[in-house]
Design a protein around this ligand. Structure first.
Ligand code: NDP
Length: 489
């Protein structure tokens, strides 16, 4: 891999020395079984699948493929554990969740390295964002476990039962934490299905949960592909489904759940507008644009993938943005200098490349930074589309890669109308010096989360979720508790 491919060399002739994170301190087994009833058990399907490092295409491990019978076994184990876990003193439940949070902090370096190897994201992000935020979620919800009467004053909050949880590959451990922590704090037991391409940190979390002494069956982890997720969703022993992933699969899940008594939350796709007014601090805004779309290779449901710039500053912003894109380091995700890591899978790279072609065919101008890419692995240069219109597919559809569509607007009303012209409604960003504009825009944007003069900031205490085709329900904060309880007067 060409770790010397530093585009700063174009600017002033010097390069960062390679600073790779060591992998000596981690252990990845050759093969992983399913985590059911507090122990690792072989799948009755008798099948395992490979998980690869997308930065070099090398196989990291083989992971069990859970079939219907395995999902049934996991749901049965969760049901059996529910009685004891839901009756346990809430403070004791909280202690277990605190223990998970602390152990995650203690083993943060190991988890960050494995997350980067399995998913391709830069070590700087897994180290500074994914793993600390995952621990923060466990800490936050551990604190709520014995305070539900304050979360829902005047009502009794009872657990729902067994939660079936299906998560995607973009933030594997963080999504597991978003799902597990509130469910456990409210007294539910869980069967979790990680994404096929990124199962390793969930399996490491299974080891950690076992080491934390959680009663067997409270958390069960079944690995597999979409079929395993579908089997979990339709299992009659599930009381609640929590899903994060694509809108297409979200639709299938809604259909499968229609007519059942299962509660559900769906956190689906997005196509967020990042709106830059002429009075914004433009250099800061450019950093916000970069963070909005190139963070995690753009594999972010709330990514700022549509940029709207006020016409009077559009040329200046695009020029500054292109300059900044030239300095982004694309390459070895384990290198601490890397800004943009590997695309998560060959399949996702294929999807992104097909959208690059769609954009060209639609008449967009395509700009990509000139950095060198490693020979092996899955890579995409940071990309801009300009000269696009509202009806273009690259403006309407979620690409889920480091690809930004740029448009302009003249008035606030026009900016708002264009920003809301999308089937999605997950997030948005506004950059301006004027507080009144921020209030007007945030009120007018039909999006679950709106950032002002910043982007992609997360906190366990903040609710997160979308309108329209971006989903149903909220996760995080008090709202996240609500999704895991039934309330009695
Ligand atoms: P999916 O929605 O296919 O996957 C999300 C999770 O659901 C995975 O664990 C997946 O398993 C599982 N799954 C797949 N099919 C079913 C089913 N029929 N019933 C139940 N569970 C199922 O997303 P992809 O990973 O295929 O990504 C495709 C697109 O989804 C992306 O390009 C992006 O647009 C969007 N996406 C949005 C995310 C978000 O955070 N909002 C996150 C990830 C993707 P498996 O991985 O094994 O297929």
């Amino acid at each position: 891999m060409d770790t010397q491919a530093n585009p700063l060399a174009f600017n002033d002739g010097w390069q960062y020395a390679p600073a790779p994170e060591s992998t000596d301190h981690i252990r990845i087994d050759k093969k992983y079984d399913l985590f059911i009833g507090g122990e690792f058990v072989a799948p009755s399907s008798g099948s395992w699948f490979e998980t690869v490092n997308p930065a070099n295409e090398k196989v990291l491990s083989r992971v069990a493929l859970a079939g219907d019978a395995d999902v049934d076994r996991a749901v049965t184990a969760a049901r059996k554990a529910f009685r004891g876990w839901s009756k346990m003193k809430a403070g004791e439940r909280g202690k277990y969740i605190y223990r998970i949070a602390r152990m995650l902090q203690e083993r943060a370096r190991e988890f960050a390295t494995i997350e980067t190897l399995d998913g391709g994201k830069p070590i700087r992000e897994s180290r500074d964002i994914d793993i600390p935020l995952a621990a923060a979620h466990f800490f936050y919800y551990a604190g709520w476990a014995d305070k539900l009467e304050y979360a829902f004053p005047g009502r009794r909050a009872l657990p729902l039962g067994v939660a079936g949880q299906v998560i995607p590959w973009n933030f594997p451990l963080l999504m597991a934490a978003w799902k597990l922590a509130p469910a456990l704090a409210c007294g539910n037991t869980v069967v979790l299905k990680p994404a096929e391409t990124t199962p390793l940190t969930a399996l490491k979390l299974a080891e950690l949960i076992r080491d934390a002494g959680l009663p067997p069956g409270v958390v069960n982890i079944v690995t597999g592909a979409g079929e395993t997720g579908a089997a979990l969703v339709r299992h009659p022993g599930i009381d609640k489904v929590a899903f994060t992933g694509s809108t297409a699969v979200g639709r299938l899940i809604m259909k499968a759940l229609a007519g059942s008594k299962k509660k559900y939350t769906l956190e689906l796709g997005g196509k967020a507008a990042n709106i830059i007014f002429e009075d914004a601090a433009l250099d800061q805004a450019v950093e916000g644009i970069v963070n909005g779309i190139f963070f995690n290779q753009g594999h972010v449901c709330c990514a700022g993938s549509r940029l709207y710039v006020q016409e009077s500053v559009a040329d200046e912003v695009v020029r500054k943005l292109k300059d900044r894109m030239e300095t982004l380091i694309v390459g070895d995700p384990l290198d601490k200098n890397t800004d943009i890591g590997a695309i998560n899978s060959a399949e996702q790279l294929g999807t992104i490349e097909s959208y690059l072609k769609v954009g060209r065919d639609e008449g967009a101008e395509v700009y990509q930074s000139s950095c060198a890419l490693p020979d092996k692995g899955y890579w995409c240069r940071p990309t801009l589309f300009t000269g696009v219109s509202q009806s273009n597919r690259v403006v309407q559809e979620e690409i889920f890669g480091p690809v930004l569509a740029v448009q302009t607007f003249r008035t606030m009303e026009e900016g708002l109308a264009k920003a809301n012209n999308t089937p999605y409604g997950l997030s948005g960003g506004v950059w301006t010096d004027k507080g009144a504009k921020i209030f007007k825009m945030t009120r007018g944007l039909r999006a679950g989360v709106v950032w002002a003069n910043t982007f992609n900031k997360f906190d366990p205490a903040s609710p997160f979720g979308g309108y329209k085709e971006s989903g149903v329900g909220r996760e995080g904060g008090l709202h996240g508790l609500d999704a895991y309880v039934k309330l009695e007067a």
